[in-house]
Design a protein around this ligand. Structure first.
Ligand code: JB3
Length: 211
């Protein structure tokens, strides 16, 4: 069954990747909303107005939303508008690029985004509004919280747990069974061999706490 038409929140880099994946899935995308009026065309789609335009114009049962706000660190606008639009009764579509590999025994909550080339193995769960970005690898039985960003080419080995709003930087590697605390940040290219405390930043190989 074809889904409802979709509106994308944001018109920046992440929105372009989300739109590209939606179009690859043959979804109908009406346009995007963004604060910047100079952004008139993104991947061939037009800017409809400010973010609030959707709630002012559409009934919540007539469109679906896709979150095109990205995050590098705490999710900011990505989290704010996800929660706001959920309160207003709107639903977020999950975006799975057709060239991602997602095991059928994976559980994906509302609005999860799995980008091109990403691999998710059996027994994984991913919380709402999280991004498994381009070419990232999430191995068996990992538990990923909500509003997490697993950045491009990051690798989570089996049974890793990632708390809400954490950021796993580009190309980072996390060995088996590690706990990554909520709201923490793993620097790009780091190799994580021990648990990461809530709210901390770790960096390097082996990754050590920086703040
Ligand atoms: O690392 C990768 C592969 N992607 C990154 C992604 C996950 O996060 C990407 O490189 C960026 O670092 C980031 O993508 P994002 O969020 O698309 O960033 P940027 O390209 O800077 O675009 C942000 C857009 O959001 C801009 O068009 C802003 O005008 C808009 N914006 C930001 N805050 C906002 C707000 N628009 C509204 N309406 N309200 C806001 O609060």
């Amino acid at each position: 069954m074809k889904s409802l038409p979709i509106i994308v929140l944001g018109g920046g880099g992440h929105a372009r990747v989300v739109i590209d994946a939606l179009l690859a899935c043959n979804e109908q995308v009406l346009g995007f909303v963004d604060a910047d009026p100079d952004k008139t065309d993104v991947e061939g789609l037009r800017r409809l107005g400010q973010v609030e335009y959707i709630a002012e114009t559409y009934r919540s049962d007539k469109v679906l939303l896709a979150n095109g706000f990205g995050s590098i660190g705490m999710p900011g606008a990505r989290l704010t508008y996800f929660e706001k639009y959920k309160q207003w009764g709107f639903q977020f579509i999950s975006v799975i690029h057709p060239r991602a590999i997602v095991s059928p025994s994976t559980t994906l909550e509302e609005g999860v985004q799995v980008m091109a080339g990403a691999i998710i193995q059996p027994g994984v769960s991913v919380g709402e509004n999280s991004i498994i970005n381009t070419g990232a690898s999430v191995d068996h039985d990992c538990t990923i919280g909500s509003h997490v960003h697993v950045a491009p080419r990051a690798t989570l080995s089996g049974t890793v747990r990632v708390g809400d709003c954490a950021h796993i930087g580009t190309g980072a590697v996390v060995i088996q069974g590690i706990d990554i605390g909520a709201e923490s940040m793993v620097g790009a290219g780091s190799v994580v061999v021990k648990d990461v405390e809530k709210g901390s930043t770790v960096l390097g190989n082996p990754a050590v706490r920086k703040s």
